[in-house]
Design a protein around this ligand. Structure first.
Ligand SMILES: [Zn+2]
Length: 201
């Protein structure tokens, strides 16, 4: 990488930082420099926090959420309704809904959206697991909170077809989710309105 005069270790740090969303090579160099200048107050605690998170990280065996136990805090929470499941593409969408504080049921995280172009098939997503959760019973409503992208809507239609024979109510978020928009980018008011006005698929 041109432009910085660092050692191989520093170059490696910059290259890894540049892979983070929102950071290009230039901001990665600035971030790396900030870390290196604050070795004790930033670089070392960050390295420690990252290595602890990496060691403890688990994918919830029920819903696909990221947590540090086999079953995530949401799936373990007895105060949350078990009869309503909100299906999201990504953990970021789950976080957005939790920040908005509008949903007290359980989630199912698909880990992406169907895409013929990118070769993302149902089996490559956490999708068969959702169908078996519904098949096991006890779920009365499945809320499809897919993003308003082509892939998100393809996924929602696929799920609608797959869930239809299972006699479960399937709803989707109302208007308010902009076309091409992702849940994570919505303000809490918009998300809350879209959620409350959800309608049958
Ligand atoms: Zn879970």
């Amino acid at each position: 990488m041109a432009g910085s005069q660092g050692s191989a270790e520093i170059e490696r740090l910059i290259q890894l930082l540049a892979k983070l969303p929102g950071l290009g090579p230039r901001s990665a160099r600035r971030a790396a420099l900030a870390l290196l200048k604050k070795r004790e107050s930033l670089l070392e605690p960050l390295a420690d926090a990252m290595s602890k998170a990496a060691a403890a990280l688990k994918t919830c065996s029920v819903c696909g959420n990221l947590d540090t136990s086999e079953m995530c805090a949401i799936c373990r929470d007895p105060s949350r309704e078990t009869s309503t499941v909100c299906v999201v593409e990504d953990v970021a969408d789950l976080w957005a809904l939790e920040r908005a504080g509008i949903f007290r049921g359980r989630y199912h995280v698909l880990g992406g959206a169907l895409s013929a172009l990118d070769g993302v098939t149902p089996e490559r997503l956490n999708l068969p697991k959702l169908l078996s959760r519904v098949r096991e019973g006890g779920i009365s409503e499945v809320i499809l909170a897919m993003n308003a992208t082509v892939e998100g809507q393809t996924t929602a239609h696929y799920l609608m077809d797959a869930l239809e024979p299972m006699h479960v109510k399937v709803t989707r978020l109302a208007h308010g989710v902009p076309v091409g928009g992702e849940l994570d980018y919505l303000d809490e008011g918009t998300l809350s309105a879209a959620f409350k006005a959800r309608r049958p698929f």
